[in-house]
Design a protein around this ligand. Sequence first.
Ligand code: BYC
Ligand code: FE
Ligand code: FE
Length: 483
Amino acid sequence: MLDLINVAYDTQIPNNVGLSTDKRVLKALERWHPGYINWWNDLIPEKFQKSLIYLRTAVSVDPKGWAKFDYVKMPEYRWGVLLAPQVEDRIIPCGEHYGKPAWQEVPGEYRSMLRRLIVIQGDTEPASVEQQRHLGKTAPSLYDMRNLFQVNVEEGRHLWAMVYLLQKYFGADGREEADDLLRRQSGSEEAPRMLGAFNEVTPDWLSFFMFTYFTDRDGKMQLESLAQSGFDPLSRTCRFMLTEEAHHMFVGETGVGRIVERTCQAMNDAGITDPYDIEKIRALGVIDLPTIQKKLNLHYTLSLDLFGQEVSTNAANAFNAGIKGRYMETKIEDDHQLHNDTYPVSQLVDGNIEVVDSPALSAINMRLRDDYTRDAAGGVGRWNRVIAKAGIEFELSLPHEGFHRQIGVFTGAPVTPEGRVIAKDEWDARRGEWLPTGADGDFIQSLMIPVSEPGKFAGWIAPPRVGIDNKPGDFEYVQLYMA
Ligand code: BYC
Ligand code: FE
Ligand code: FE
């Protein structure tokens, strides 16, 4: 009998989808595998390929105890295809087919829509690994290096998850799309990644933590709404991916929190009370809070762009088709069809920001983005408690939705982080107050000196409160390969 909870390791590709009896898909995946390994090997510096990393690997989809920890060389990581268990009698949770049994095969009329969403989701996963490829060399500790590589191998697995769906359900064009996922590259001129934020650079560890806090959280929200899909294999795939995603956001939240903590501590030790005394603070070898705010502004706004246009027929069509639901769709108490409902959306009317009630069906992206903003505010509050506890007068905050946008109604609009519309010239002149400047980047870069002694941390970041897998503070999370 097919074991759908534990993962079979009898094929080259660990899985709980019965690959050993699905020869066609197994063959297709085995053909794709070498290209994937080449991609991985080209990306991660050789020294780290040969190092032993203390990683978790998914060995089951049982919510209690789905992973095991061990030392692994990254190229030997067992990237597998894992789907959460099928929910019996699951229905299509929204749209015009609401209440009918969920699809186990691709509904013909929605084939291209589904393929597009799966390809976009798949495209972001390897893109993030590409963006983070240089960070191993400047890790502030072995603990942080291990977390980076954990995130990377799991994003690699998320690519596998989407490639499996393409190979299994989309025939020849699915295979072509799977190949293209390895052909496009973050930041490339000829073949860039599909969404804006995934062609930006992640030049330093503060950016990495902001990215995993804000951009992986877009991943969470998009996966949550794809987990509501009436196409059941997509739903099950995304549900399992969400289990892994929590750790990525944990890395981001605690990473930023530890930087904030260390800055406050250094300021207090030196008797500096003014958080804007930037030169003096930087001289202590820590990142001043206003610069942390600028990085936050950048990564939050790039992530807002990932939700697409506030008013979108694509989104309305996907919801109406039952292909993509809302956050917590099954918990929402309404008709799940939204024909007569409205949702408030901000508009820019003659230079003024006005909130207009729009048809809820076309405002699906906006609603998900609002859910995201609420979710993202939690960690910001916790960072602020660290600052308050240190007795420093400063608060981090999420900028206004109109600030620094490249998608949607506020595209290119000169809006301040507080939400004031100002003259374009003034905005341009003040840009460096709100977003990281070249000089800010250079300063942060100057701190990015690797620390690789077990239990030691770079001076700009506090140690974590607890270890991974309950390991002690001086645990050797990475056994570095020395040539
Ligand atoms: N950049 O009607 P609209 C993750 C395009 S992150 C460039 O609003 P829609 C992860 C759009 O494609 C989660 N182009 O579109 C995180 C459309 O083009 P076409 C990734 C953009 O479909 C960290 C046109 O503009 N998953 O997993 O309603 C590490 C009109 O826009 C952008 C998903 O996104 C942009 N930012 O909304 C690792 C889920 N925004 O088709 C991983 C799948 C829009 O007219 N994707 N455009 O040529 C979707 O659900 C939707 O496609 C979007 C866009 C929400 C992205
Ligand atoms: Fe992912
Ligand atoms: Fe992630």
